[in-house]
Write a protein that binds this ligand. Structure first.
Ligand code: NAP
Length: 280
């Protein structure tokens, strides 16, 4: 009997904006795999039941996005070290009938910098703007890469303090007034706030003292060139946009569900960029 086509999902609330179906369907076609990948809108009240019924419904696994990433960690039977440390998972799959959860946002962030700014791992000092869910994955990636001094600057100081407490030694909180001094002496600047997103207010950070040896990356990728990246590029910095993080975080999930490790290529990136242009 022919093997059943494998099915994967992205679930979130809302989820219609997700570009994950575009990415995974591209890879399914590229590798000629008999499988599917669909967006499923699941509200917070329905998430536990959705996860509880995955196996019976025939899903191989899927991606989890806002607002379910924290709950996904709690519901999985097994979780990887990153999901545990970050407290959020974006990838679910079954092994021997057991639900596994992983966080691949952090490794997607790192792989994007490996590609766009080789040498970033040699840095020691980083400034992270923002203290939301994505900042946690970024801080984990920076610690794994060997950053020894990570300063979090956030509008709501208490949120930054909670992250510093979570990640421990080497991670501190700095007030916005100290940003200039930090920027004068940092190897990497990361924006994890939603500032700069299309429709959101532009970034509110003073980059006057940013030197040209600092690598600057923004995890916001709509638009691709955020106001922060435009300013940093004008100052001569190496800049890396956030789209590669989205593309690279998708790789381990596809491999877990469909058994092939896909590549992040220029053609895939161009496909997603074209979709962004079309839906402007
Ligand atoms: P989140 O948990 O809601 O956190 C939002 C962050 O932005 C907080 O630090 C918040 O500060 C800050 N912020 C929002 N509005 C602000 C304003 N007007 N002034 C100053 N700070 C403001 O969101 P998230 O899940 O971390 O996501 C953040 C961004 O990253 C989103 O744009 C998301 O699309 C993007 N993202 C990209 C990828 C990728 O693959 N490239 C992956 C994940 C997320 P407060 O704490 O003071 O509210």
């Amino acid at each position: 009997m022919a093997e059943r086509a494998r099915r994967a999902f992205v679930c979130g609330w809302p989820v219609a904006h997700s570009r994950s179906p575009l990415i995974h369907r591209y890879w399914l076609a590229e590798h000629d795999i008999d499988g599917s990948y669909d967006a499923v809108a699941v509200d917070p009240a329905g998430f536990d039941d959705f996860v509880g019924g995955l196996l019976e419904a025939g899903w191989a696994g899927g991606n989890v996005t806002i607002p379910h990433k924290e709950r996904a960690v709690a519901l999985a039977e097994r979780r990887d070290a990153a999901a545990e440390r970050i407290g959020a998972a974006n990838t679910l799959w079954f092994e021997n009938g057991r639900l596994h959860a992983a966080n691949t946002d952090w490794s997607g962030f790192a792989a994007n910098l490996d590609q766009g700014a080789p040498g970033w791992r040699e840095g020691e000092r980083a400034v992270v703007l923002g203290a939301g869910g994505a900042a946690r994955a970024v801080i984990h990636a920076l610690q794994i890469a060997g950053y020894r001094h990570i300063a979090i600057v956030n509008r709501t100081v208490e949120r930054a303090q909670a992250l510093a407490a979570r990640f421990g030694d080497g991670v501190g909180v700095a007030p916005l007034e100290n940003l200039g001094g930090l920027l004068a002496d940092c190897d990497l600047l990361v924006n994890t706030t939603s500032l700069g997103m299309d429709g959101a207010p532009g970034h509110a950070f003073d980059l006057d003292r940013l030197g040209d040896r600092t690598i600057v990356t923004d995890i916001v990728y709509v638009p691709l060139v955020t106001p922060l990246l435009a300013q940093a590029a004008a100052r001569g910095c190496v800049t890396v946009d956030g789209l590669g993080m989205l593309l690279h975080q998708a790789v381990p999930g596809f491999e877990a569900w469909f058994g092939v490790r896909p590549q992040v290529t220029d053609a895939l990136r161009a496909l997603v960029v074209a979709d962004m242009e079309k839906n402007k």
